[in-house]
Design a protein around this ligand. Structure first.
Ligand code: NAD
Length: 547
């Protein structure tokens, strides 16, 4: 029988030893879950339009400037009004983080992990509520919202365990006559800059990874999803977050974000977003500022132009299903979304027919009603995707969609669009659209299919449907992407099983949700002590770090 836990740190140590298990998806076909979700939607609807302030050093800071977050399905509906941080708040926020760093960096890994475990428990208890916020603020359907919330819980649970594991690391070799240690120390004060499309999971994941290692951060959420971040911040506080460990500052990327990246006190930047912004951050962070006494570290996860290869001997229905789910799940607004299907000439026509039929079945409508595809995030995204559709009409033949969908609420709806007979170098085959637009490209043979798959500047995800072992193996060696999937869709990476991050212009291949991720938020220190009589008497054994 297991003895009852004595204190919080013992509880955490036990949690850390329990094996990590991915959070189960909610089954919305069950009446009780549907009712719980409807109740959460009604509850959250009654909370829409509230005001939120910056949180700096635990204090609420109200500003004149505001960011108004609205529901993309009904843009007149305000989800939250947020104080907007300007560049004048950068110093204040970094100072608060610096002050908090002195204590937080010295807390034990178990104590820091405890915060993540408690946050995971609270989110699990309020899963439907967080799902509902995601429905209203970014237009996710219920299943997509649940996947975002589930991934958030997974990141918290996974990184908590990883931090405890790292804290007990040791050197592979103990030299005779020495005591050798390897310690993973925090970097300092960092910036966390997430995108809007996984506004809970990526925002919380980057924040949790940074702080569990002992860093403190300034979190600048996306202008399109600040309310989710504000809700998460309150939850962290409820879970026991000390003041200043996370400083929440919604602000414009080009103003507050850029100033934060450039500041000489910012030790690291954890960014996920577009290629353009990622490269700007890379350059800005590389420029040493007066008074800066370290090289900034950047963790940059960027865009994608992801392909699914459809081989001539594959299970065609499975391939069609995988392409549809990867291309149109959350309207193609995932970095991992399939935006190019590269299909062998032998089966091209049959594939296109079946694809067209399957896409025609997709329903578009208000995510509150749990419709499969909802709106795109903003007017800017809507115009961009429609612009690419017009380009696509000159680059291929429209199989499905090709137009906007008007609704009384003026939501940013675009019909799921498939354009076939697209040349591999066409713009819609090369540039990230980040909307419900799929290009279908014909390949004459497998060599050509692989060449097309590798012909973009990106390298994030990719998939291949094939029954040829030889071709699956060639894909493993020649399909140059950070996350490769064989005979399954190219979206839906699971924490722990599919560490996530891309090659080339898709980023620094950080592998979020994997065993190497926390190393990016630490610096390793090696300590060697000559064994003397005095040191032999010391209590600590090699590898026994303070947890
Ligand atoms: P974005 O690049 O427009 O914005 C991302 C974040 O950067 C936001 O918080 C924004 O305010 C901030 N920002 C903008 N300009 C800045 C600047 N000059 N300095 C500092 N910060 C600045 O991206 P988005 O539209 O929010 O997200 C969509 C993009 O993210 C797509 O390209 C998608 O592929 C990518 N993405 C990548 C991954 C991945 O893991 N590789 C995951 C999700 C999304």
């Amino acid at each position: 029988m297991i003895a009852p836990a004595q204190d919080a740190s013992e509880v955490t140590a036990r949690s850390a030893q329990a094996p990590f298990v991915n959070e189960e998806f909610v089954d919305f076909t069950l009446g009780e879950n549907r009712r719980a979700m409807q109740a959460a939607l009604a509850d959250v609807e009654s909370q829409l339009g509230r005001s939120y302030d910056l949180v700096i050093g635990g204090r609420r800071v109200r500003t004149e400037g505001k960011i108004v977050s609205s529901n993309p399905a009904q843009p007149a509906q305000v989800v939250g009004t947020h104080s907007r941080a300007g560049s004048e708040h950068v110093q204040q926020a970094l100072d608060a983080a610096q002050t908090a760093f002195a204590d937080w960096s010295r807390r034990s890994a178990v104590e820091r992990a405890g915060l993540l475990f408690r946050a995971a428990t609270l989110i699990r208890e309020r899963k439907f509520e967080f799902c509902a916020w995601l429905v209203y603020e970014v237009g996710k359907n219920w299943g997509e919202a649940d996947a975002d919330v589930g991934e958030t819980i997974d990141f918290l649970e996974f990184y908590a365990r990883e931090a405890v594991r790292l804290a007990s690391a040791t050197t592979p070799i103990q030299l005779p006559g020495e005591r050798n240690q390897l310690r993973y120390l925090p970097l300092g004060v960092g910036a966390v800059i997430p995108p809007w499309n996984f506004p809970l999971a990526i925002m919380a994941g980057m924040t949790a990874a940074a702080i569990v290692c002992g860093n403190t951060v300034v979190l600048k959420p996306s202008e399109d999803a600040p309310t989710i971040a504000a809700r998460f911040m309150s939850l962290l506080e409820e879970a026991g977050l000390p003041d200043g460990v996370v400083n929440l500052c919604p602000g414009a990327g080009a103003e507050f974000g850029a100033a934060l990246v450039e500041h000489p006190q910012t030790r690291f930047v954890a960014f996920t977003g577009s290629k353009t912004v990622g490269l700007q951050i890379h350059e800005r962070a590389a420029r040493t500022q007066p008074g800066q006494h370290f090289i900034k570290r950047t963790i940059l996860e960027m865009g994608g132009k992801d392909s699914i290869l459809v081989d001539n001997d594959c299970d065609l229905d499975a391939a069609v299903q995988g392409v549809v789910a990867s291309a149109f799940g959350f309207n193609g607004q995932k970095c991992s979304a399939c935006s190019r299907a590269i299909v062998d000439a032998e089966i091209y026509d049959t594939f296109c027919d079946r694809l067209q039929a399957k896409v025609a079945e997709l329903k578009t409508g208000d995510p509150v009603e749990n419709v499969y595809t909802g709106p795109v995030i903003s007017e800017k995204a809507y115009r961009k995707a429609l612009g690419y559709i017009e380009i696509g009409k000159t680059e291929g033949t429209v199989l499905n969609g090709g137009h906007a969908i008007e609704t009384p609420g003026g939501g940013y709806y675009i019909a799921p669009t498939v354009i076939k007979d697209v040349a591999p170098a066409a713009r819609i085959a090369q540039e990230e659209i980040f909307g419900p637009v799929l290009a279908v490209i014909k390949s004459q043979n497998f060599d050509e299919a692989l060449a097309i798959a590798n012909n973009t500047e990106y390298g994030l995800t990719g998939a291949i449907y094939s029954n040829s072992r030889a071709n699956l193996e060639r894909a493993q060696n020649e399909f140059h992407v950070g996350n490769l999937y064989l005979n399954r869709k190219c979206t839906g990476a699971m924490v722990g099983a599919h560490p996530f991050g891309g090659f080339n212009m898709s980023g620094t291949d950080s592998k979020a949700g994997g065993p190497d991720y926390l190393l990016l938020f630490t610096q390793a220190q090696s300590i060697a002590e000559k064994i003397t009589k005095a040191s032999q008497a010391a209590e600590k054994q090699p590898g026994q770090m303070d947890l």
